[in-house]
Design a binder for this molecule. Structure first.
Ligand SMILES: [Zn+2]
Length: 110
């Protein structure tokens, strides 16, 4: 349910940005490991943005694929096909880069 507060934050930033102009498009970047669902954001957006300058804005989502970085050899590989094992050296110890967990507004079109 954390999409609700996230969507509130997005709307707040967008409205601060746009002043009294109409917002046409908002591009959001979501890391695959951030556990944010596009659909939930969209759903809350429709509820929250209603009656504001952003109510007709199109939401565009850009996904950053989730990857692991092997702690042993530094290999970077997608989580999807990894079977939780480094494809290069077989180690099972990883870190997830910050960008895969991030979420931010890339651009606002007025
Ligand atoms: Zn490795």
């Amino acid at each position: 349910m954390h999409e609700l507060s996230i969507t509130q934050d997005i709307l707040k930033s967008v409205l601060e940005e746009c002043g009294d102009r109409e917002v046409k498009k908002i591009t959001l970047v979501i890391g695959d490991m951030s556990s944010i669902l596009d659909e939930s954001v969209k759903m809350y957006w429709e509820l929250l943005a209603e009656g504001t300058k952003a109510e007709r804005a199109e939401l565009v989502f850009k996904r950053i694929e989730g990857v692991f970085i092997c702690k042993k050899c530094g290999e970077e590989f997608p989580i999807k096909h990894s079977e939780f094992k480094c494809p290069k050296c077989g180690a099972q110890s990883f870190t997830i880069p910050q960008r895969c967990k991030s979420f931010y507004i890339e651009s606002i079109d007025l």
